[in-house]
Design a protein around this ligand. Structure first.
Ligand code: BG6
Length: 512
């Protein structure tokens, strides 16, 4: 066991440096998986390279495949080389980082393996000075979550040991619908308090997503017009050019609604629409998000209020690509949606009557995530009819990725003797204003969890409220009374019905 003095020193270091966490060991369940290799390990390495990891830190990879510490380190080196944002690898940092990586070949369902893990963790505490603090990361397929949580809970692994902390990070999707999310919450709460549970949504770790709140609440000029009196509608797009790749069997059970809409998309809606929190503290921010989610509903005045699509064969750039049902792991008769568009309303004083159009899909023409606020037209159009010209509405676009920035479109007089008006853009680009690369979302979130800051993680009621918004739609789909799945060609902006859907309201999707 760590001595009082050791703990006090570590806690003091963490307290004097606001972004320097206390010593800890992170156990990664699913250590051989894609997420671990592509995101978690590179994020940890980058944190180490930037000096944010505690000096006393270790990782144990917990997974089924047979590996030694050495072979795990070699494999990890390759992952960092390929996926780290900072290249080339700094060999000095790597050498120090690598000797903190360990591997435990284990079976998620075997209680003995959790007892062996406990012994291993105690040895690591001695070797690395990690003080009994534990961070359990569930990076496995979601079907394994219940088993792992239960085995951690029933074993002698530290859940909340005296003087040390234990936290658990659970990847999305958290549940499959409202009922299963509630059930998973209840199950997890048997062994972990809510403040120990970190439900991760990596969108919240993106710099530009965090900037939505800074933009709104650290500036005085936007809030007065951020409401139903001035906003005509909001459009949020999460478009991907990639297909499902080698994740077909996972994706076929999820579809875009569970993969993107229930989590990333509803988070973007909540951050755009929420009221200012009393303080920038975890529960204050999450209370406001929950409030706005409670007021959210899918507009079902036409059909079930959704347009669903599935990509067929087509193009990605210049390359010919397969259709969804030809992808590896996808049944040829699959009726899973890879595209969804819908209209949401927020029944509260700020937003009543303002439509939020959201759309997301795979194999669209480009990767782009954007929130666009379209403002109402001026009350009197002095310059339109006479000059035979159409004036365009003001639009504020928050570009989340890949061209991170914010732009405002407004009308300007074209120089000359006439009164010709043209839309122009006032543009802020992250890359140009801050000449530093943004850290990956996982870096921020892993660090926050080590620091015990859950602001950017979803709370149990938040995740359930998000499911409650979509549950009626999912139930209609299950009963076969929902929208049909329309095919769209890979490389296009989704099914034609999605255009008709927004045009029926006299509006158009933005051209991105
Ligand atoms: C993940 C989804 O959560 O987000 C993937 O499971 C999707 O299907 C990815 O591709 C998109 O994330 P990003 O950061 O590339 O926008």
């Amino acid at each position: 066991m760590p001595s009082r003095v050791q703990r006090a020193v570590s806690n003091a270091m963490s307290a004097t440096n606001e972004r320097y966490p206390a010593a800890n060991t992170m156990v990664i369940f699913g250590a051989s998986g894609d997420l671990t290799n592509r995101k978690l390990i590179p994020a940890l390495y980058n944190l180490a390279a930037d000096g944010f990891l505690p000096k006393d830190f270790a990782v144990i990879g917990f997974a089924r495949r047979a590996k030694t510490d050495e072979s795990y380190r070699d494999e990890t080196y390759e992952a960092v080389k390929e996926f780290s944002r900072s290249k080339p690898i700094n060999e000095t940092v790597w050498q120090d980082f690598a000797q903190r990586l360990h591997y435990a070949q284990s079976d998620y369902g075997n209680p003995d393996d959790y007892e062996a893990l406990n012994v291993r963790l105690q040895e690591i505490d001695k070797a690395h000075g990690t003080l009994g603090n534990r961070l359990y990361y569930l990076a496995t397929p979601p079907e394994a979550y219940r088993t792992i949580i239960e085995h951690i809970g029933r074993s002698s692994l530290c859940k909340d040991c005296q003087g040390s902390w234990a936290r658990i990070i659970v990847e999305k999707p958290f549940g499959n619908d409202l009922e299963s999310a509630r059930e998973l919450n209840t199950h997890t709460h048997q062994w972990f308090r809510e403040d120990q549970i970190y439900r991760i949504d990596h969108y919240l770790g993106k710099e530009t997503v965090q900037n939505i709140l800074v933009f709104r609440f650290a500036n005085g000029i936007y809030e007065p017009i951020w409401n139903r009196r001035y906003v005509d509608h909001v459009q949020i797009t999460v478009a991907e050019d990639i297909g499902v790749g080698n994740r077909g069997s996972y994706y076929d059970h999820a579809g875009v609604v569970r993969d993107i809409i229930q989590n990333h998309m509803l988070q973007l809606v909540a951050l755009t629409a929420m009221e200012p929190p009393v303080e920038f503290a975890a529960d204050d921010v999450r209370n406001e998000k929950v409030k706005v989610m409670k007021a959210l509903r899918v507009d079902s005045s036409r059909g079930d209020g959704t347009i669903r699509g599935q990509y067929g064969p087509g193009k990605s750039g210049n390359a010919l690509v397969k259709g969804y049902t030809q992808e590896e792991g996808v049944p040829p008769e699959s009726a899973t949606e890879t595209y969804l568009a819908m209209k949401l309303f927020i029944d509260n004083w700020r937003w009543a009557g303002v439509p939020f159009y959201v759309r997301s899909g795979k194999r669209l023409p480009k990767r782009v995530t954007e929130i666009a606020i379209q403002f109402k037209m001026p009350p009197l159009l002095l310059f339109s009819d006479k000059m035979g010209q159409q004036i365009e509405p003001n639009t504020l676009a928050l570009n989340i990725q890949p061209d991170e920035g914010i732009s405002l479109k407004f009308g300007s007089k074209v120089p000359g003797s006439g009164e010709k008006i043209m839309p122009v853009i006032m543009d802020f680009k992250y890359g140009e204003s801050f000449n530093v690369p943004a850290p990956d979302a996982y870096e921020r979130l892993l660090l926050d969890c080590m620091l015990g800051d859950s602001t950017l993680f979803t709370r149990s009621d938040e995740v359930e409220t998000a499911w409650a918004i979509l549950d009626p739609v999912l139930q209609k789909w299950e009963r076969g009374t929902g929208s049909f799945i329309e095919l769209y060609r890979a490389g296009t902006w989704g099914p034609k019905q999605a255009d008709d859907f927004i045009r029926a309201d006299g509006r158009e999707w933005r051209v991105l």
